[in-house]
Design a protein around this ligand. Sequence first.
Ligand code: KG4
Ligand code: ZN
Length: 338
Amino acid sequence: MIILAVESSCDETAVALVRDGREVLADCIASQVALHREYGGVVPEIASRKHIEAIYALADEALERAGLTRADIDAVAVTYAPGLIGAVLVGVNFAKAAAYALDVPIIPVHHLKGHIAANYLAYPELEPPFLCLVVSGGHTMIVDVKDYTDLEILGSTRDDAAGECFDKVARVLGMPYPGGAALDRAAQSGDDTKYPMPMAKLSGNPLDMSFSGLKTATLNLIHNCEQREEEIDIPSLCASFARAVSETLVPRTMSALRARGYQKLAIAGGVAANSRIRADFERETQKLGVTLYAPPLSLCGDNGAMIGSQGYYEYLAGNLAGQDLNAYATKSILGEQM
Ligand code: KG4
Ligand code: ZN
């Protein structure tokens, strides 16, 4: 089954063609990052407009790259939530029009389920159940992937997402948007013990996380140094910050993994590209003798192929939509309106 997959929830317009949920036939991405960079973040109106401009040509390009024609498309999968509402609507409307014209089903896909499914593309042998840490610009959660479409959230951030904090700290350090990757690079040559960072202790669910205190403390540290005209050791600050994020994510994920008794741990989302987090997970999973699934960097960030992969499993589960499909800015990974 060949699925045309569409993703437009933030600042990447992406169209892919995926066979049977596992084989990427084409994966085309038009990134708007350079456009938003001068504003220091995504401007929703610009994002929507650019998605409209890019999406039709991108779909043709995907077909051409895959050596396919429109008649080869069996279904259209699309990110319908969550994201910038105007941006998501562009993809949803395109998908509805394409599905209508081709007379094929529409498959609505939750963006975060798509991130998890990036692992199915990177690792053809991976099948649920497994545990997955989803860390992106907007979300941070530990998910029990019981089956392709049956998930349970075991813990999540109570405030900011990890990616949001990476971007904010990077921005204040003068790094271009989105700063996560630049901060990661800067941290390579730093001393991660130089700047002690606060680690939030929460009552209630021990798998829940909090990043806003860490973010504020880091921003205050930078501003105080600037006011006192003290020089900041930027690589060490980045390394100390990345360590604190990793030491929030990794022990909780490992403890959830032990509690569930799974032998497989996957990571997903843009922040899963972070080298400190990946290295810490590699060490910890080796210690425990379990397998780590960490997709290549190209599949961690937003892409269309991951939507095509999850779309296939949603299709098999009968989760289809009609022409009345709507887009949602917020919706839980379990499909509940928030
Ligand atoms: O999953 P994603 O592409 O989009 C969302 O669904 O949000 O994640 C984007 C986030 C941004 O915050 C970006 O700065 C962060 O992923 N990111 C990183 C790295 N690469 C991307 N954060 C830390 N280290 C990286 N190497
Ligand atoms: Zn994403």
